[in-house]
Write a protein that binds this ligand. Structure first.
Ligand code: ZN
Length: 113
């Protein structure tokens, strides 16, 4: 079921938190660079086209076979997007895709309902 979720910056530098906007909501810490393209896409990011290529061949974690844009370039662009969109609220079923027992909150504790 879709809920309001928001993007927050994490406690550690370079980390982000995807959090449900409700009391005792789940949250998910985005720790690695490699998770940034998917996180940015969740909040509406589309990588800029290059040479007319819209990068359909990659999720942003491997080099695009269409234009040669590297994972590092996608990650840098995604990071820039995330930094500019902290606080954005969207409606998403993002948390439906996770088993609750595997969720951890931002303090690293196992999430329990
Ligand atoms: Zn491309």
């Amino acid at each position: 079921m879709a809920h309001k979720i928001t993007l927050e910056s994490g406690d550690a530098g370079g980390t982000y938190v995807i959090a449900e906007v409700r009391k005792h909501g789940q949250d998910h810490l985005v720790q690695t660079d490699w998770d940034r393209p998917a996180t940015a896409r969740l909040f509406g990011w589309l990588p800029r086209k290059r040479k007319g290529c819209d990068h359909r061949s990659t999720d942003g974690t491997v080099t695009c076979t269409g234009c040669g844009m590297t994972a590092g370039e996608f990650i840098a662009e995604a990071t820039d997007f995330l930094d500019r969109n902290v606080g954005k609220v969207i409606i998403s079923d993002y948390f439906d895709n996770f088993e609750c027992v595997e969720e951890r909150n931002r303090h690293g504790e196992e999430y329990r309902q």
